[in-house]
Design a protein around this ligand. Structure first.
Ligand code: IPE
Ligand code: IPE
Ligand code: MG
Length: 264
């Protein structure tokens, strides 16, 4: 069941899980005559803001797309500056995240990252593992296709060893082998930077996400724009394949497929 909040106005449905493709850093920098790396740095403030806001609103999970498997093809200098930024940022922010009760996880192909960054990620994850506040996933070296393939491999290995029967593989089992594991699917995907595409983000998990495309470049994303995305979400009628009549007129947007299945 979706959480419902009221900001002195009508109660509204909130997503349980928000995914964000943080796009537009390079264009933001170019518009100011700055290097692209300055745009990536400027993108940190909206990250902090989203973490604070999601925590404040009691949204259970936030998954941020920071670096895709395809972004390795960018100029070496940009890749190096992004990797440096991840290293610095994890180091600097982990205390604050821990204080806020955030549980941090990095999702993606971490073997492609430097040994130093891998070690720092492991330390930050361990440090925040016992927290019970916001589940924050940062996708680094992440691709939706990679995720599906690594899940298929893990399940195939279990089958080959005899630990798992082929017939026992169903959607729940497959989903659990993906990087997001037991988290509920994102209910809302926000993409900034005016592009309307998935760019190989959570291909499996976004099956029924509501899609909010923002014209803002990521460094310009602020609380007002997040509020617009939440307002948009609250106004959606989520049908999960049912008809509008089956769904009933007044169920909130955040109501999940399980609740619908339970409906007569
Ligand atoms: C998103 O911003 C950050 C990453 C993909 C690492 P971009 O760097 O893609 O910015 P634009 O789209 O070129 O403006
Ligand atoms: C998507 O942005 C990936 C991230 C925001 C990390 P891109 O800028 O890489 O996407 P495309 O290349 O425009 O599709
Ligand atoms: Mg981009």
């Amino acid at each position: 069941m979706a959480r419902v909040v009221s900001d002195n106005a009508e109660p509204r449905a909130l997503p349980r899980h928000i995914a964000i493709t943080m796009d537009g850093n390079g264009r933001w920098a170019a518009a100011r005559g700055l290097a692209r790396s300055a745009g990536h740095k400027a993108g940190l403030e909206p990250v902090r803001l989203c973490v604070r806001e999601c925590s404040r609103l009691g949204i259970g999970a936030l998954t941020l797309f920071a670096f895709s498997s395809e972004n390795w093809s960018r100029p070496a200098e940009e890749v190096a500056s992004l990797m440096g930024l991840f290293l610095e940022t994890i180091d600097r922010e982990v205390n604050d995240l821990d204080r806020q009760g955030v549980r941090l996880r990095i999702i993606g192909n971490r073997q492609a990252l430097s040994v130093r960054l891998q070690a720092q990620i492991a330390a930050a994850e361990q440090r925040t593992a016992g927290n019970s506040g916001l589940n924050l996933q940062v996708a680094v070296s992440y691709g939706g296709r990679w995720d599906i393939v690594q899940a298929a491999r893990a399940l195939a290995a279990e089958c080959a060893s005899g630990a798992l029967a082929v017939a026992a593989i169903d959607e729940a089992r497959f989903g659990a082998a993906l990087e997001l594991g037991a988290l509920p699917d994102p209910d809302l995907l926000i993409r900034t930077g005016a592009e309307r595409r998935i760019s190989n983000f959570l291909l499996w998990n976004l099956a029924y996400a509501e899609l909010y495309f923002s014209e803002r470049l990521w460094p310009d994303f602020d609380a007002a724009e997040l509020a617009c995305a939440l307002e948009f979400f609250a106004g959606r009628e989520r049908r999960f394949g049912h008809t509008g009549a089956q769904r009933g007129a007044e169920a909130p947007a955040g109501r999940g497929a399980a609740a619908l299945k339970a409906a007569p």
